[in-house]
Write a protein that binds this ligand. Structure first.
Ligand SMILES: NC(=O)c1ccc[n+]([C@@H]2O[C@H](COP(=O)([O-])OP(=O)(O)OC[C@H]3O[C@@H](n4cnc5c(N)ncnc54)[C@H](OP(=O)(O)O)[C@@H]3O)[C@@H](O)[C@H]2O)c1
Length: 385
């Protein structure tokens, strides 16, 4: 655990627990994070740990979580194991006095999420769900524009997260417990909607269940205070548009595919500048009137051709680019490292209460999807009776 005597610019020493697909992607983004070092890797197999270490230039490799946690130099552990391991693995890290960055979904259900949060708060250590989307620059800009009122009051969020993956009980996507479209993909959409609109007041969920008993596709409708709605869906079976569109009363934002780590944000303002309307109003009707007037005034083919890009741009919106190197995990790694240097126990962008509320929403959705399963049970087995 960190003490107050440590220098504020100290290097943060990380360990990774698990050597699967995501661990490799995150490990390769450490080179983009100043003042953070991936110092150790732990695996159930020392062979895999060594191989991972040599591939990513990691100094130490360990067999088993306990061995990794016994390394006093490691300040924070990135838990990169399957969803059904997150509760036990995170609790072990917290009890060993390590800070924790735990992969999404944070846990299997609300009860498990609460256990992790309570343990972290009791121990006084840092803990965060690795919901990297919240730290992607285009997503941060989208939230800034919304908070600044640039698209007016948000009324509707539409989005899907859908890529086809090979089926089978050996795949973590389809395995129980912990698999399914909701826990793997829906969590991104729900977390994003709640990041932008707060906790939903009404929740509806539906799913189609595959042979292994998990939701291979699921859809969610969330209703928020003031009447905003989110219409979201996730699939392990088909390729979707993988975009999120945010519709406000005076404009639109689109997080382009793949929305969860996008480099592109489309911003369209429907508001006509006050100074240019006769009655001094600022409205989307003003913008429509302006476009109509431009078209009507373009009597000749020449002026129509010259003005059509402007009209199209007004209709479609402006594409804002937010390019970044690497895979996009550097932003969450930076946030955690920064919080640790500042002696914070939570991120303000991805606080633990938000992880709890997202899990509460997912429990409510799952309650409707698979009604025989109690949504709030620890060590839940997602089996139909
Ligand atoms: N943020 C993202 O973009 C993103 C993307 C994909 C996945 N994820 C999340 O990351 C987590 C891991 O996903 P993944 O795709 O990396 O899965 P994966 O390829 O199956 O890797 C998981 C790793 O966890 C370790 N592990 C420890 N205990 C295990 C156990 N009992 N059973 C199986 N593996 C165990 C294994 O490493 P050892 O064999 O070395 O012990 C395994 O390679 C999931 O929570 C997933 O939701 C996040």
């Amino acid at each position: 655990m960190v003490t107050m005597t440590q220098p504020v610019n100290r290097v943060i020493r990380w360990g990774i627990w698990g050597t699967g697909g995501i661990a490799h992607l995150v490990a390769s983004d450490f080179r983009l994070v100043k003042g953070a070092v991936l110092q150790a890797v732990g695996s159930r197999s020392i062979g895999r740990a060594r191989q991972f270490a040599s591939q990513h230039g990691v100094q130490k490799s360990y067999e088993g979580l306990e061995a990794l946690l016994n390394d006093a130099e490691i300040e924070v552990v990135y838990v990169a194991t399957p969803n059904y391991r997150h509760l036990d693995d995170s609790l072990s890290c917290i009890q060993a006095g390590k800070a924790v960055l735990c992969e999404k979904a944070f846990a299997l259900n609300l009860n498990q999420a609460r256990q992790i949060v309570e343990a972290a708060r009791q121990r006084g250590g840092f803990c965060m769900e690795a919901m990297w989307t919240r730290f992607i620059p285009a997503v941060i800009e989208a939230k800034r524009l919304i908070d600044a009122g640039s698209i007016g009051s948000v009324r509707l969020i539409q989005g899907n997260f859908a890529y086809s993956v090979p089926a089978g009980p050996d795949s973590r996507f389809f395995a129980k417990p912990g698999g399914g479209a909701l826990l793997d993909r829906g969590v991104y959409l729900i977390s994003l909607a709640q990041h932008l609109l707060g906790v939903p007041q009404s929740i509806r969920g539906t799913s189609s269940t595959g042979e292994t008993g998990v939701d291979e596709q699921s859809a969610y409708q969330l209703g928020f205070a003031g009447g905003a709605l989110a219409d979201l869906s996730a699939s392990l079976r088909v390729r979707g548009t993988n975009e999120v569109v945010i519709l406000g009363e005076r404009g639109m934002l689109r997080l382009c595919e793949p929305f969860y780590c996008t480099h592109r944000l489309v911003y369209r303002s429907d508001a006509f500048p006050r100074a240019m309307t006769q009655d001094g109003s600022s409205s989307s009707q003003g913008m429509s009137r302006f476009i109509r007037a431009v078209k009507e005034a373009s009597a000749t083919k020449y002026t129509r051709r010259r003005l059509s890009p402007l009209v199209d741009a007004l209709r479609r919106g402006k594409v804002l680019g937010f390019p970044f190197p690497g895979n996009g995990y550097q932003f969450e790694l930076r946030e955690v490292s920064h919080c640790l240097r500042e002696h914070r126990t939570e991120s303000t962008i991805m606080p633990l209460d938000d992880s709890i509320e997202v899990m509460r929403t997912m429990d409510a959705i799952r309650d409707q999807m698979l009604p025989v399963i109690p949504p709030d049970t620890s060590n839940v087995t997602l089996t139909r009776s």
